[in-house]
Design a protein around this ligand. Sequence first.
Ligand code: NAD
Length: 256
Amino acid sequence: MAVMGGTGVLAERTALVTGAASGIGAAIALAFAEAGARLCLVDRAAGPALDEIRAQCAAFGNDVVALHADVSDEADVERMFADAREALGFVDVLVNNAGILTESHIVDMSTAMFDEMISINLRSVFLCSRIALPPMLEAGFGRIINIASQVGQRGGAGLAHYAAAKAGVIGFTRSLAREVGGTGITANCIAPGPINTPLGGTLSEEWTKSLFAGLPLKRSGEPNEVAPTAVLLASIPGGNIYTGQTLGPNSGDVML
Ligand SMILES: NC(=O)c1ccc[n+]([C@@H]2O[C@H](COP(=O)([O-])OP(=O)(O)OC[C@H]3O[C@@H](n4cnc5c(N)ncnc54)[C@H](O)[C@@H]3O)[C@@H](O)[C@H]2O)c1
């Protein structure tokens, strides 16, 4: 198939975005499309949402493919990358965004709940990064952008499993950045604060009320207020000298 890119700051880029059917992933996909990137959009959710986002991205005039896959499943991740490469060639930007949120105090938390969180929110970042890296190393260019969370930096009562997974993502990203330093590949995290998406709606009212009151900006963010940070990290020269960093579009919740 003919590979078409657009004009704009990401016109030379081919990006794979996980969790692209909703929320922050969908906003990143749209911002990347507007900036000219070719795209592979991935989500495990059945239903029309992924295809609707694919159509909105394609309206910018670039090649966009949509794939259903579970990023915590090793075989699915292998199939997904093989299909993405067959359709679009070299994937030089990976956005590990797919994630879930559940809530329980540690004393009540089942092992299954803890394991599911680590598998989807942390193990998937390892699986997707490992398979994305060899062609990036060969090409001498790559951008890996991992969506962490401010909860991984500050912790959250009822969210120990989520905080552990997201702190793990930050540690994984720093290690990756050191491992590939000097090869042309960078790896960074975005750690959003509370953002208006279906995911945030799963939290108890008690948690969100106390969190919002403590935010310096006194409000949560919108997905399109996170996406420009991903565009920056994927872009040349804007993203060139960020690596191992955790950027925080977080309403001031965590200040580093
Ligand atoms: N919304 C927030 O307040 C907030 C804050 C900080 C970080 N984050 C992080 O941002 C990322 C996106 O969250 P969101 O708020 O946009 O949530 P969302 O629920 O709107 O979107 C998440 C998407 O990921 C997909 N997904 C979940 N598990 C998957 C899997 N195993 N394989 C493939 N796709 C999968 C879902 O189907 C969904 O479409 C997550 O990693 C989340 O932890 C969100």
